[in-house]
Design a binder for this molecule. Structure first.
Ligand code: PXP
Length: 244
């Protein structure tokens, strides 16, 4: 058991945008998500995740290009399946792309990308990414139908949505953990890499390590929050220790 850590730096950009969204040409713009990414790497992250949203509410295009240039590990670009962002991904050429829902109609009841309903729209994007040498992960709910859709789309990786697990407690949480374990089994049997993420923190993360064939967890908010008090390297180091 154990998993590698990908650190999501979106909320470093959230703090920056709170002050500078309308004045991006200011000098000394802070905090810098690239600086956070480098600190996360020093703390043991195996990858850096950033979500370029259509509304650019936190990460902006320049961040993605700068991250790609600066980091020594892999860049995982989270994105919705929109033509504009797909075109940017094909310019940046990150090692990984994680397709996530951004508009209501792309979401299943629990919040992952609905790969059953949106199969036809996802197919050309997966092909374009594959042709460009980008590995695609689908952020899905832990449901057999979603795993089956990911298999039929030829996705090499799925990221199982742990939000419902994180938001519940007691027997409901146990049930969510069971769904995650079952989904991980199905994905692993089909030869798909299993990642997971969303809502994980220093307290709730360890039971997730029971997921069979789990490779990577992507964690953002709790690490950025802890980094305020202990620094980004140390906040990452502490999470890496919990995962090992
Ligand atoms: N994985 C995916 C696909 C996400 O969209 C997010 C949130 O941006 C995360 C992981 C990280 O979630 P959190 O910030 O709750 O750790």
């Amino acid at each position: 058991m154990g998993a590698q850590l990908g650190v999501n730096i979106d909320h470093v950009a959230t703090v920056r945008q709170a002050r500078y969204a309308r004045n991006a040409s200011s000098i000394n713009i802070e905090p810098d998500p690239v600086e956070a990414a480098l600190a996360a790497e020093r703390g043991g992250a195996v990858g850096i995740t950033a979500h370029l949203r259509q509304d650019r509410r936190h990460v902006v295009d320049r961040d993605i290009f700068r991250l790609k240039e600066a980091i020594a590990t892999k860049l995982n670009l989270e994105m919705g399946n929109s033509p504009e962002i797909v075109a940017i991904a094909l310019k940046v050429l990150p090692s990984d792309v994680c397709l996530v829902p951004e508009s209501r109609e792309e979401v299943t009841t629990e919040g992952g990308l609905d790969c059953v309903t949106h199969r036809a729209a996802l197919e050309p994007t997966l092909k374009a990414m594959r042709d460009a040498g980008i590995r695609v992960s689908l952020f899905i709910d832990p449901e057999p139908a979603q795993i089956a859709a990911a298999v039929s789309l030829g996705a090499p990786v799925v990221e199982l949505h742990t939000g419902a697990y994180a938001e519940t407690s007691g027997s409901a949480r146990e049930a969510e953990l069971g769904r995650l374990i079952a989904a991980a089994h199905l994905a692993a049997e089909a030869g798909i890499q299993v990642n997971a993420g969303h809502g994980l923190n220093y307290i709730n993360v360890q039971p997730i390590l029971q997921l069979p064939k789990l490779v990577e967890l992507n964690i953002g908010h709790s690490i950025v929050s802890r980094a305020l008090f202990v620094g980004f390297d140390q906040a990452t180091r502490e999470m890496v220790a919990l995962l090992s």
